[in-house]
Design a protein around this ligand. Structure first.
Ligand SMILES: Cc1cc2nc3c(=O)[nH]c(=O)nc-3n(C[C@H](O)[C@H](O)[C@H](O)COP(=O)(O)OP(=O)(O)OC[C@H]3O[C@@H](n4cnc5c(N)ncnc54)[C@H](O)[C@@H]3O)c2cc1C
Length: 254
């Protein structure tokens, strides 16, 4: 059977992406590691039962969180540099390796077309930077926030202006590269919206911490789209943890 990895497009532009690369560990492992405190871990039993659920809830409610570190989940993410900058702020329980624009030129995506004689011709098909489909309005009260959207007419104008500026930056970049300027300096003219890729490995403890900060109303819309998909993937890998968290959340609201 074909085992295709699902690739999500969080920003909906056909370029952004996030996918699960690998994972290890599960809900049962969390409670088993917690039970070592009493030397009664039963690691051979794979079945998650009601007692496990109660223990999981106890651990989460009492912030006994080290048992949530004995697992790992690796994501491959393609995001604009300004989203990556926010991802990189998460230091604990997070391992990251990122595409280096000292090694590779960003903004190029190649394909090969065939002419009528069957000659294969490589062409650059698109530039790799993020263009928001809908621009938002600056929030004056919360200075780092935004809201709503522009009229369709204004949105089109904003997109045109934005694309013009990014294209001009990429033109300058390519000109500098063709002059023989090194990539590590030429990249200085690239826009924040330039795409870059990274591998991010987390454990469910650090994953939940990330979601607590970035899957929230006050986080920027763009990083929230990535956080929502991370939540989806993590909740499939650790369903009991997410069920219990939801239960705790509901109890708090009462
Ligand atoms: C809505 C929002 C707005 C933000 N705005 C800004 C901004 O304007 N400017 C800005 O610079 N950043 C900003 N940030 C980033 C923020 O300050 C954090 O760097 C980021 O959210 C990572 O959180 P963290 O430090 O808890 O995560 P991690 O680095 O993963 O740390 C996890 C936890 O480990 C502990 N820890 C880590 N390091 C230390 C330490 N040195 N000492 C003690 N305990 C430690 C803390 O308990 C911490 O919560 C913003 C974040 C959000 C969500």
């Amino acid at each position: 059977m074909e085992n295709k990895v699902k690739i999500y497009d969080p920003l909906g532009d056909g370029i952004s992406s996030i996918q699960l690369i690998q994972s290890c560990g599960n809900d049962k492992m969390i409670v088993n590691t917690a039970r070592i405190s009493y030397a009664n871990d039963n690691y051979e039993n794979k079945f998650f039962d009601e007692k496990d659920r109660k223990l999981l809830k106890y651990l989460l409610k009492n912030s006994h969180l080290t048992p949530f570190e004995h697992n790992l989940v690796t994501f491959r993410i393609k995001a604009p540099l300004y989203v990556i900058q926010e991802i990189l702020r998460h230091r604990i329980g997070v391992s990251i390796n990122q595409e280096s624009h000292r090694y590779v030129e960003p903004g190029k995506q190649h394909t090969v077309i065939e002419d009528s004689l069957g000659n294969k011709i490589p062409i650059e098909i698109m530039r790799k930077y993020y263009v928001p489909l809908e621009f938002r309005i600056q929030d004056e009260k919360n200075k780092q926030s935004s809201f709503g959207k522009l009229t369709e007419e204004k949105n089109i104008l904003a997109r045109e202006r934005y694309i013009k500026s990014c294209d001009s930056s990429f033109d300058s970049y390519e000109e500098l590269i063709s002059m023989g300027i090194c990539r590590e300096q030429a990249r200085g003219v690239l826009p924040h919206s330039t795409y870059s890729s990274l591998y991010k490995t987390v454990n469910i403890r650090s994953g939940l911490h990330f979601l607590g900060l970035r899957n929230k109303e006050n986080a920027q819309w763009e990083i929230r789209r990535y956080a929502e998909i991370e939540k989806l993937i993590l909740s499939e890998l650790f369903p009991e943890t997410f069920n219990v968290l939801e239960e705790i959340e509901k109890e708090r609201e009462l």
